[in-house]
Ligand binder design. Structure first.
Ligand code: FES
Length: 682
């Protein structure tokens, strides 16, 4: 048996014997222990920090003596005096193993460290970014063996880091020679190693050790807003998150109107491409400034977007997406130069990765939601709904995943609503109506008090109550139903029928008065019959899409519902169910995934394997096209009633029995809904 000292690494449990004098980093590498290093053991990057443990470890069968490692050396001394090492830490490349020892690798020293996600229910992101930093010693030029500086850099990367066959572009070559000479033939390079195919590329070079970090942007290009997360490619930490309005709104509020703009105006698609690219570039500049980071250190970008945004971002005319059979120019993921997407503010050699699209109506944003929620790993049948102007819907479990999109329109975002507004301070976001008195109370964004609580007017501030946002209108309509002020067909009763003076005539129909500040020069906020129709159209489209997937899957119920999207985070599950936006499930089985598309983009930014995984999964997802499916219309009409004309909602009935009221039996509301819908989809 070898008498060489034994080293046990925690938390991996990997162990092995090495000759006395072996550096801890060397042992870690031989055993495949995840221990980081940028400088390759030169004692300058401090990435290799470890925490030796002393004493008896019966679990490992080891007793660790005080002199198990070589004494603190000059390199560690220098590092400690300059930067400070945490107590108990050693540099793994300096400390040598002399006797049996247990070495803990703290999370920040692991290459593939896990980034904890906000939602505790979902797995952490494992760090494996495509671009990493490496310090290399490059051989000096030799007249007797002539070779180029780049060739010697490439040889050094292969010899010192095992990275073979690197390439670079002309703009980097121009920076190479001064950097090598300034660094005394020691340079740090950022190397991008794609997850498939192409050769690794050197994206950036710095003389000596570069300690300024490396960053990436995860960008969600939505129809209304563009959101970006500036993320540290070393730690996975989000350094800043920011958003900007999508300037394409001036060409059309929703996707189809933008497609029409491109159809009707020659060069219209190019205008929209230029507008969105400029906005993304501005956002990149702003977010880097906000985090006080040199934009030149941003070397990677990941894009997620719906199919129309995807084409417009890439400079492809989206006209084919406006008509059956809704053909995408490509559904595959793309690896590009970020500058080709107009990103001039960040590193000129930065890379861009665009997630694959699932289908002509189900975009890379839905792929990102799938990457975040992993329905293919769900043991129970999960319905995942990303609510926006287009609802993207996934249904699946370990056996199969299906996807579709449904044109809900902008009503859920407060548009097309008489007093509707975006979610901003002053907007009513939550509503309750007392079933006895039929009196409302509500809460507005930016104020924690309910409207019937003391001090509400002062707390809301001088801006006052300004309108109603998406979650507010959903709650208002659901509460009208629960309080018996509105019947299952969506009709609001008159004051006589309901006994509430808040039900006021409006044309030939009625409206419910939620808030009247006209005496103080403020707004009069009502929920009108037209508002209810708009919500009915949106919710029927959403439900019909989900139902269509359930048909395909051959099921009548799902086990759980996940509401994704920034808006999904604000929807109350109970009210969504009263409206019949989602199928009947126990209320505690409705969860919010927050901004799942943004999370998916971050996962793809930080983990190359995730890129390969989503590319593979997307090919396996069964795509269902709602626009050509005859049953969609059938489901849509039946879903017009609140909560539903035919489907039973037993779980809902258990928690919130709905009053049986009818204010105008036989008024043909379903017909009206069907007619309006046909018009809109045409
Ligand atoms: S590997 Fe860089 S300091 Fe140890």
């Amino acid at each position: 048996m070898s008498t060489d000292p034994l080293v046990v690494f925690t938390p991996s449990g990997k162990r092995g014997r090495f000759p006395a004098g072996t550096p801890v980093l060397t042992a870690a590498r031989r055993l495949g222990v995840d221990l980081d290093s940028v400088c390759g053991g030169r004692g300058i990057c401090s990435k290799c920090q470890v925490a030796p443990a002393y004493g008896a470890f019966p679990k490992h069968g080891v007793t660790v003596a005080e002199d198990a490692l070589s004494p603190w050396n000059a390199v560690e001394e220098r590092y400690d005096s300059k930067r400070g090492l945490k107590p108990g830490r050693r540099l793994g490349c300096q400390a040598q193993i002399l006797r049996d020892v247990v070495i803990d690798v703290p999370p920040e020293s692991q290459v593939h460290r896990q980034v904890v996600r906000k939602s505790a229910a979902v797995r952490a992101i494992e760090m494996d970014p495509a671009t990493r930093l490496h310090l290399v010693e490059v051989a000096e030029p030799d007249m007797h063996e002539p070779s180029g500086d780049f060739e010697r850099l490439a040889a050094a990367l292969e010899a010192q880091w095992g990275i073979a066959g690197v390439t670079c572009d002309l703009s980097l070559l121009a920076r190479l020679q001064p950097a090598l000479r300034k660094g005394g033939w020691q340079v740090t390079v950022a190397v991008h190693s794609p997850h498939r195919g192409a050769a690794p590329r050197v994206l950036e070079i710095w003389p000596g050790l570069h300690e300024g970090g490396l960053y990436g942007l995860a960008i969600d290009v939505g129809s209304t807003t563009i959101a970006a997360h500036l993320t540290d490619l070393d730690t996975g930490e989000v350094r800043a998150s920011s958003g900007i309005m999508n300037p394409q709104i001036r060409f059309g509020e929703d996707l189809m109107s933008r497609v029409s703009y491109a159809m009707m105006n020659p060069g219209g698609e190019a205008e929209m491409t230029a507008a969105v690219r400029e906005a993304i570039d501005t956002l990149a500049t702003e977010i880097a400034a906000e985090a006080a980071i040199d934009p030149g250190l941003i070397v990677e970008t990941v894009f997620v977007c719906n199919p129309v945004m995807h084409h417009l971002l890439l400079g492809i005319d989206p006209v084919e997406l406006g008509q059956a059979p809704f053909a995408l120019a490509t559904s595959e993921s793309l690896e590009l130069e970020a500058r080709d997407l107009g990103l001039g503010a960040i590193n000129p050699r930065a890379r861009a990765y665009v997630l694959p699209c699932i289908a002509g109506h189900v975009g890379a944003d839905a792929a990102a939601v799938a990457l975040s929620e992993e329905p293919w790993n769900s043991s129970d049948l999960a319905l995942i709904v990303d609510v926006g102007t287009n609802a993207e819907i996934l249904l699946g479990d370990t056996s199969r995943v299906l996807a579709c999109s449904s044109p809900t329109g902008p009503a859920f975002e407060g548009a097309q609503i008489s007093a509707g507004q975006r979610a901003a301070p002053g907007a009513i976001e939550a509503v309750r109506i007392d079933p006895e008195t039929k009196e409302p109370r509500f809460r507005v964004i930016g104020c924690a008090l309910w409207s019937d609580e003391e001090g509400f007017a002062e707390a809301v501030g001088p801006g006052g109550v300004t309108g109603i946002c998406g979650s507010g209108i959903i709650e208002a309509v659901a509460e009208l139903r629960m309080a018996g002020l509105m019947d299952a067909s969506g009709l609001i009763g008159s004051a006589e029928q309901t006994g509430s003076p808040r039900c006021v005539p409006e044309g030939r129909t009625h409206a419910y008065l939620l808030h009247d500040a006209t005496a103080e020069g403020g707004p009069r906020i009502t929920v009108t019959q037209g508002d209810i129709r708009a919500i009915q159209l949106a919710k029927s489209a959403l439900y019909a899409g989900a139902r269509l997937l359930m048909d395909q899957r051959g099921v009548d119920r799902v086990d759980r519902v996940v509401l994704a999207g920034a808006f999904g985070a604000h929807i109350s599950p109970l009210h969504a169910m009263v409206l019949g936006m989602i199928p009947d499930v126990p209320l505690d089985k409705v969860t919010s995934a927050g901004n799942a598309a943004g999370t998916g983009a971050r996962i793809a930014l930080l983990n190359r394997g995730a890129r390969a995984e989503i590319e593979r999964r997307v090919r396996e997802i069964v795509k269902v096209e709602t626009a050509i499916e005859p049953r969609f219309q059938e489901h849509f009409v039946a879903a017009n009633a609140i909560p539903h004309a035919t489907a039973a909602f037993p779980e809902l009935a258990r928690v919130a029995p709905l009053p049986r009221v009818a204010f105008n039996a036989g008024s043909g509301t379903e017909d009206e809904g069907g007619r309006r819908r046909r018009r809109r989809r045409a």
